[in-house]
Design a protein around this ligand. Sequence first.
Ligand code: ADP
Ligand code: MG
Length: 256
Amino acid sequence: MAGLSISSVTKRFGETEVLKGVTLDVADAEFVSLVGPSGCGKSTLLRIIAGLEDPTSGDIAIDGKAVTGTRAADRNLSMVFQSYALYPHLTVAENIAVPLRMRSLSAVQRLPLIGPFLPGAKEQRSEIATAVQSATEMLEIGPLLDRKPGQLSGGQRQRVALGRALVRDPAAFLLDEPLSNLDAKLRVQTRAEIAQLHRRLKATFIYVTHDQVEAMTMSDRIAVMMGGEILQCDAPSVIYEDPSNIRVAEFIGSPK
Ligand code: ADP
Ligand code: MG
């Protein structure tokens, strides 16, 4: 397991500076929520941590090792997207196995990897099957393994996306508004399950949400982001009772 260190990360898209020097240290096994209004740069920051986007400047370290410039597949992080991002032509079991198959292939083999998978060695296949099974047991989606994403409800799809994140046993989970497409009841239920996963796995979590209640109930600390900067990162009670400035107070809805 690993802590994450984000140092002075900036990101420009053309003329626009979307991240203006973000620094955040997340301890090993900590659960940090990242909250802030739409467009403040939350997804961009997560994508940079995951290696899906390069920062304009600044550094990312995982477990004390700089990873800036390395490929996403080599970072040992799992990202879960709001849109689930499942492969529609693959079954649930195949979707969950994707990160393991990607990892077991060489860089050259990975290049043309669109469509059918190359056959792996036998032992590799049984290792993959075992890992898929344990992830699906944890999420109680065993009966769905042969279905395609189009045959699943939103909640079930989100579980599959979580399963795919779990299966590679990552050092850290990056979740980008994973519950925002679910209805209120399912959101509360899935929230509890994510909290339980965090306790069980003792992995580091960065959880992007625009739901303050979610952030308040789940997090060790909440980072409040606005306009490409983190204004405050503290325990939920501190954020609520002692916001560092009026913009944080207004966003959180605290009494100050
Ligand atoms: P959030 O997740 O907090 O809603 P985002 O990180 O998605 O915010 O976006 C932050 C800002 O960066 C927005 O103004 C968005 O339009 C812009 N942005 C994000 N990705 C790109 C991109 N690939 N090219 C240009 N602008 C982008
Ligand atoms: Mg976003």
